[in-house]
Design a binder for this molecule. Sequence first.
Ligand SMILES: C[S@@+](CC[C@H](N)C(=O)[O-])C[C@H]1O[C@@H](n2cnc3c(N)ncnc32)[C@H](O)[C@@H]1O
Length: 376
Amino acid sequence: MSPAESAEPAAPSGESSGASSGASAGASSGASATGEWYRHFGTVDAPGSSACYAEWSTSIAEDPELIRRIDEWPHNKRQPLLMLAAARFLGAQVSPYPEFRSFLDAHWADVSRVVLSRATQTNEAGRCATLLPSLAQIAAAEGRPLALIEVGASAGLALFPDRYGYEFDGAGTDGGAGDGVGVPTRLVPTGAPSGSFPVLRCAISGPVPLPAELPPVVWRAGIDLNPLDVRNPDDVAWLEALIWPEQDFRRERLRQAIAIAQAQPPLLVAGDLNEQLVSLAGQAPADAALVVFHSAVMAYLDAESRERFRSSIAGLAAKRGCHWLSNEGHMVIAQADGSNVVPEMDDARLRGRFLLLHNGQPVAITGPHGQSLEWL
Ligand SMILES: C[S@@+](CC[C@H](N)C(=O)[O-])C[C@H]1O[C@@H](n2cnc3c(N)ncnc32)[C@H](O)[C@@H]1O
């Protein structure tokens, strides 16, 4: 896994709980702590995924005047990815640091405005590839179509697993699909012209229960503190800005997923997942199999809120019946409250990837952007 894959999911903790390695650096609010945060991002997170972000971030770490300005923001806004995305949102081009620094000088008031009004809400449709086998298993076991609720949905792009194409590549492994070692398994939405949907590529290992077809979804809805609207050009531009400069394939995938969501915008409820889950679940069709899922969200919550969420899920399962898919990573080295987002597996095994749990049971280790799936 490239270090960059671990960098974005670390971002949420920097926004809310102040719990990422960076956030804890930022928490002490000293200029050098912020500098360390940028140095860490530039030397650990960015290299391998974005040479530009690596250079900008390490240079910012050595730029006391800029660090002083960044330190004027609340500490959860000093997060490198947020600041860099804000500059990109405003038009900063890939360039050597001195040019970027001039851009910041010329646009600092606007950078501040964007940083203070936005948050890192990267919406990665690619994660559907790692959820798909579990969703298909659930639909098959229940013998019913699916009703999906994503908590922490951002713009809701992960709510369309039935509308994307997939290429699962088990080259060099047992593939798990039973269709031959090294032969990628392709799945496409029935009737959709090629080019009208993103194809999510995922390297698989272990006995991944690949389905023969995409599971039917009859209802989909999401909850987010700040749902992004795919019909709002500003929100779309922000989603694009959150993708790192050199990751063109992710930008292309994002655009294709956005086009699908624009044609059929998902129901997105604004609010805290703990406040909204039960009432939203009440709107799901009773004859569908309800799946509540989340990716790269739990790092935003403190231990008490995560515990409350687990109780809500248990209540829903007992009362109405539901499945729970959790796809989360450590990413955060230490939560502010000392708790661990993924206590089920230690980081030495995850190595920056996510753990996928079905109803609380670990089933797979997944690439943070959906690029890999290791079935356990
Ligand atoms: C990194 S994004 C991930 C988005 C999406 N799950 C994905 O995988 O592409 C995390 C999202 O969780 C949302 N979020 C964080 N805490 C939340 C809460 N307590 N209730 C609802 N949404 C929350 C944020 O606003 C953000 O949009």
